[in-house]
Every structure is written in C-alpha cells, then in structure tokens.
Design a binder for this molecule. Sequence first.
Ligand code: FAD
Length: 138
Amino acid sequence: MNLRIGIIGGSIAGCITANTLQQMGCNVEIFERSATPLQSRGAGIIIPLDLFEQFKAEHLFDHNIQCHKIPSRSFFIKNTQHSQNGECIWQQNVTAISFHWSELFANLRRRIANEHYHSGVEVTDIDIKDEKTTQLTF
Ligand SMILES: Cc1cc2nc3c(=O)[nH]c(=O)nc-3n(C[C@H](O)[C@H](O)[C@H](O)COP(=O)(O)OP(=O)(O)OC[C@H]3O[C@@H](n4cnc5c(N)ncnc54)[C@H](O)[C@@H]3O)c2cc1C
C-alpha cells in the first residue's frame, strides 16, 4: 500500500495498529507524548481465545508470550453457612486469554523499530489540508 501513516499514541492500541499496518506494507510513525517508558496498570488485559489465536498466527505476539487461559469464572454471594468463600451462584464458561499489561505491551512494542517510535512527542493539532496531505503539530 506504501501509505505514510502517523499514529497518535504508542500504547497497546497504537502499537497493535502500527504492527498490522506495517504487515500490510504501510510506512508507520508513532507519536507518543510520554517521554518515559509506559507503565503497567490494572489487573490484566483479557481477549477472546480466537482473537488470541489470530494474532499469534499473524505474528503479532511471540508464540511463547506469557499469558493464561481462563476456562470459566465463578460468581459468589456472601453466605458463610454454605462455605467460607460464600455460595457459588453461577459458573460462566468463557474462552479467554489474560495477559499482564507489560508483557502484552512489550510484545507489541518490540515489533516496531525505534526510529519509527517517537517518545516525548505530543500531537497538539491535526490539519487535514487535502485528500493527500495532513499536517500534524507537535
Ligand atoms: C489504573 C488503571 C487500571 C486499568 N486496569 C485495566 C485492566 O485491569 N484491564 C484492562 O483491560 N484495562 C485496564 N485499564 C485500561 C488500560 O488503560 C487499557 O486497557 C489499555 O492501556 C488501553 O490501551 P490504549 O492503547 O487503548 O490506551 P492508552 O494505554 O491510554 O494509550 C493511549 C496513549 O496515547 C498517548 N497520547 C494521548 N494523547 C496523545 C497526543 N495528543 N499525542 C501523543 N500521544 C498521546 C498517551 O500518552 C498514551 O500512551 C486500566 C487503566 C488504568 C489507568
């Protein structure tokens, strides 16, 4: 496709978009406002199993990326007579994969060459000049 594409934000969404576009033959530049390495957060990122398999097949993740499969999840209500953990009122079958934020991000980030990932660059304005030209202000 040979398009030149700028991506604003170099976290998970920005990196996976960049990786996909690179595979399609686009020239991608990422602009990330944070000058320091992005930090881990939250309890984990969960995606459906079939999406995980698709991303692995497309080499967006390492084949041995650290993650764990979630086959089901249980919902409990308080009921100490039933058991110390309460009473399980529903067990939902799920087929999902859970990642640690940093592991997922590291996998996506290392697929983008440093010269195309611009840290500490905040986009402050986007001016669409015409169909072929867009100007970013940093
Ligand atoms: C405390 C906390 C806990 C969380 N816990 C969970 C969780 O358990 N599970 C879960 O799935 N999600 C959780 N999240 C949400 C989590 O942020 C997202 O899942 C994930 O990081 C989203 O990735 P993203 O790429 O869409 O957005 P973000 O990670 O928010 O990335 C956006 C990026 O764009 C950059 N940016 C923004 N504006 C500009 C600009 N003008 N110019 C240049 N760069 C710019 C930002 O610096 C940032 O790095 C949590 C978030 C927080 C804050």
